[in-house]
Ligand binder design. Sequence first.
Ligand code: FE2
Ligand code: FE2
Length: 156
Amino acid sequence: MTEKNLAEHAISARSRTNLLEAMRGEAFAFAKYKLFAKQARSHGEDELAALFDKTADQEYMEHFTEQADLLQLGGTDEQDVTDAIAGESFEVDTLYKRFAEEAREDGDEQVAHRFEEIRRDETFHQLAFQEALIKIQTRQRTMKGATRSSSKAHDF
Ligand SMILES: [Fe+2]
Ligand SMILES: [Fe+2]
């Protein structure tokens, strides 16, 4: 493909799904290596800790970010906040709710308790993002109003 064709080429549905799956793996590796680094450092293995930290940074700053760029993951602030609300809402209303119920059914009390606590935190995330969205939309409306009144003033 020429460079122009490459630029115009829309990513296939399968590649999009694969990018998302790969990004989940990279994000998990990032978090896991950060945790391993902390553990290694806690018993004096500083060199190993540094290797985990360095690798974690590449998983996030390069692998995750490069794939996110291909998917054009970030949008306007309003779109990003709306996306975040959807994610947090899914965790609150579906994922952690069901996971807590299933853990309780299986007698995994500690796990159920942890899921419930996290679900409560997600509620706060959801709320904070909803407030942020209202702020963005209010600001936009105020700006539109200001533009309208200034263009009106211009008519006179
Ligand atoms: Fe990676
Ligand atoms: Fe969250």
